[in-house]
Design a protein around this ligand. Structure first.
Ligand code: CU
Length: 290
């Protein structure tokens, strides 16, 4: 069969636009405006990342470029992520791109997020015959995540879509196929009096190409799917604020006058036990009603 050049160009163009990119964030139902390169470390286009060893897997190919703004939210707030193929109110993602949507948080870094700093706060995979992607499309590209009752400070909030339509091959064996990752990192500033400090210390690059949730055949019969990464973080009394990495460096104590023994400020010792927290969405991310 013979294809004209223009047909091939069209086919290539449409396969590119079948991908997806994060457009913006809502907080408790309030639109925070377009986040692209404002509070989202947006990649230059909607292409996926496939190299599990690359830091690009963490926050995308330009994930090490800090952006000027932060989304402001309080612990316990509902953050809604909004995804589109190319621009707002475009299609969401090609329905062939079935797969999970996973959300992680880390203490803020102006770097690319590589290393063991991440905690999984929400995940949605395959349940009741439906993929997270199906729900995302049905909900006009929006997916809700409840923030844990986080300690105030700056964070990176990372949501990834993993598209499994070519994941029936191990990318380490066949680099032209494999799971497609769409990672996106939002700069977040948490206010309020929350006390939870996420402490899983997970390294996104510890994903393996043979993990059952990454090397997965959509084209055979299946009834379950194992979402990659650690189990979802559940804040508890075993997670007092003193454990884990604080979201921002504690201010250095002012130097004591020489000759005077240093006495730590007592205010640092006041909130040792976390307050009761609203359940986070670890049992599955919610979706806005379409
Ligand atoms: Cu795609």
């Amino acid at each position: 069969m013979h294809f004209s050049t223009s047909f091939l160009a069209l086919a290539l163009a449409s396969s590119v636009s079948a991908h997806t990119i994060m457009y913006g964030v809502w907080v408790n139902g309030v639109d925070q405006g377009e986040g692209t390169n404002s509070y989202i470390r947006s990649p230059p286009n909607n292409s996926p990342v496939k190299d599990l060893h690359s830091p690009d897997l963490v926050c995308g190919v330009t994930g090490g470029n800090a952006v000027p703004s932060f989304v402001k939210a309080a612990g316990g707030d509902t953050v809604t992520f909004e995804w589109f193929r190319n621009y707002r109110n475009d299609d969401i993602i090609d329905p062939s791109h079935e797969g999970p949507i996973i959300t992680y948080i880390a203490p803020y870094t102006s770097g690319n997020g590589a290393g063991p700093i991440w905690t999984k706060i929400a995940e949605a995979g395959f349940s009741n015959g439906e993929w997270a992607i199906d729900k995302l499309i049905a909900n006009n590209g929006k997916i809700d995540v409840a923030l844990p009752n986080l300690a105030a400070g700056k964070y990176l909030l990372r949501q990834e879509i993993i598209a499994l339509h070519e994941a029936d091959a191990d990318v380490a064996v066949n680099p032209s196929r494999g799971a497609q990752f769409y990672p996106s990192c939002v700069q977040l500033e948490v206010t309020g009096s929350g006390t939870v400090v996420p402490n899983q210390n997970f390294d996104i690059n510890s994903y393996q190409s043979t993990d059952p949730g990454i090397f997965f055949d959509l084209y055979t019969k299946y009834s379950s799917y194992k979402i990659p990464g650690p189990p979802c973080f559940v804040p508890s009394s075993s997670n007092p604020p003193s454990s884990g990495t604080p979201p921002v460096p504690a201010p250095a104590p002012s130097p004591a006058p020489s000759g005077t023994p240093y006495v730590p400020p007592t205010t640092l010792l006041t909130s040792v036990r976390p307050a009761a927290t609203k359940p986070s969405s670890c049992s599955g991310s919610g979706y806005r009603k379409a």
